[in-house]
Design a protein around this ligand. Sequence first.
Ligand code: ZN
Length: 425
Amino acid sequence: MRKFLILLFGLLLITGCTKQEEKVKTMIEKKYNTNITIQYPITNISKLDQIVKKDVKEKYQDFLEQQKEFVEIAKDAEFNIDYTYHQVDDHYEIITLRFFSNSTLLSNPLYEISTYVFDTKDHEMKTLKDLISSTEIDKLQDKILKELQKKYPDCLLLDQAKKELSDISHLHFTFDHENFYFYFDPYEIAAGYFDIMEVSIPIEQIGLTIDLELGESKKTYQPVEKTTRIIDPDQKSIAITFDDGPSNYTNEILNVLKKYDASGTFFVIGNKVEIYSDTMRRMVREGNEIGNHSYSHKWLTKLDQEELKEQIQLTQDIVKKVTGVTPRLLRPTYGAVNDKLRNSTSLEVIMWNVDTRDWESHNVDTIVKKTIKNTKDGSIIIMHDTKKQTVNILEQLLKKLEKEDYQFVTVTELEKIKQMRAYEK
Ligand code: ZN
């Protein structure tokens, strides 16, 4: 029996098997002809989490009601909530939520933003007014206006912008150690422009009432040491793939894979990669493959070229930064693929031929039975590591398929096996 080594060297590190807390709420589903993706961070500060959750729920319900009513004419509908989340000086928890909705009912896609700046010392939400010296407000308003004029000369409605800036307690803003960032819903201050408008001003130009440490604190990661994997090209092989993670269940999935000496391919959503950096690094260390599943799970085939490329590239960048690995595979969101998508990326587009439909029913036994019936040598199976039951399904699946003498490889390994076999012939 010939064996070959797949390019990996290094130590097998034992990783903890404890359950992980949920860091990002993820909900991906189809309802009223709508592709829905909702993601928002869980901070474990109950006051802040409740506020965020309430806003998400309201926006989602508003959208659903409208969509339900006009479901016959509102085709190709999409609802997406994307987020950012960071801390500043162990003092501020800062979240943005970006709401996006579109359908044939709307003449233009709708973009909205909410920002949350939470002070963990006094346990209160902060508005910009709370953080700026009252004598500095006029100056700041001027600066923001100038930046808006510079960045959006063709579409800015000056009077509306002035009006919007007149009450700074309502402005959407965030900050880090370098800049303050200001955001505007486009329909408030622009004509013919639809995406969120954003300008930044360096901290030292703003008269703050609070102390912030200045300077950039970019986190860097040590390279990951990978395990060596031994593959037998003559053995029956399948590639199990996981979409929509990482999540709090991914570690349990990794435990199961490890138990059966299996490797999987994880098509990750970029905006969750850094928040689950430990899980991502473990994935790589234990010989799994990472693929790209967009940055915020937007419906890729509906995007213009620029946004499409951005959705892919941001995920390439963050995976590389956190794990040192550059993905070579792309799994399109909502399983939708067209020529525009294929031509916009050098990544290989990977679909599947066995669908566990692990999101659909809760009957683990039925799912496992059907999946095994459809699986054969060379199959690519799709699962979702955002579902609790997927852990059980995977365990049963690997147990049964191992008895049928399958080996469980990554998509790239499966391709190499196929190439080797073709070469032999
Ligand atoms: Zn997906």
